[in-house]
Write a protein that binds this ligand. Sequence first.
Ligand code: GDP
Ligand code: MG
Length: 212
Amino acid sequence: MSDPLDRRGLMLVLSSPSGAGKTSIARALLAREPALEMSVSVTTRPPRPGEVDGRDYHFIDEAAYQRLVAEDGLLEHARVFDHHYGTPRQPVEAALAAGKDVLFDIDWQGAQQLKGRAEDDLVTVFILPPSADELARRLTTRAQDSAEVIARRMAKAADEMSHWSDYHYIVVNQDLEQSIAEVAAILTAERLRRKRRPGLARFVNTMRQAEE
Ligand SMILES: Nc1nc2c(ncn2[C@@H]2O[C@H](COP(=O)(O)OP(=O)(O)O)[C@@H](O)[C@H]2O)c(=O)[nH]1
Ligand SMILES: [Mg+2]
């Protein structure tokens, strides 16, 4: 008999303007959800202090990036700010095939591309900052970036936010713990969707036959 808990893995996309708290939410979620795996993107941007190659990103050069695009090794890819970003295809496909869920920290362009390719497996969440003031405060207290980078990020944040209405769920990150709980609730509910649980039909049939 098939396990009633058998299910198809889902792709959980978190997008937000820089500074809305997406990275903190993603980290907390990964720590408490063993069946959730992070998709580690490739990027041509240089690592920031504290970032680890292979954990935060796979840091690659332009030539390696172009090779990946040419050989269709990326599930989606986009230019964000001055750099290229992309999602390696193989680890995502392997995780989904193993019944795991995959978490993506990608922008609206990436979310849109995944929607075109894997809509049934896709759950998208947009994280909004609680206010313009708070967003500005969070962007200016991130010490690793130069003033110029911060100013450009502020402008880009407004642009990224304009895509909020393309997402399935919206979380306003007023309180980090609350936002983590909200995204965890989204994940729990989406895992229970009938279409993601192919083992259920047999499970129910078996019970019905036992009644006869
Ligand atoms: N489309 C796409 N966007 C990505 C990918 N990886 C990261 N991003 C997005 O690129 C933007 C810049 O990311 P990053 O350089 O880490 O700076 P951050 O804004 O401080 O997080 C963020 O909106 C990320 O979600 C990817 O593989 N594909
Ligand atoms: Mg990031």
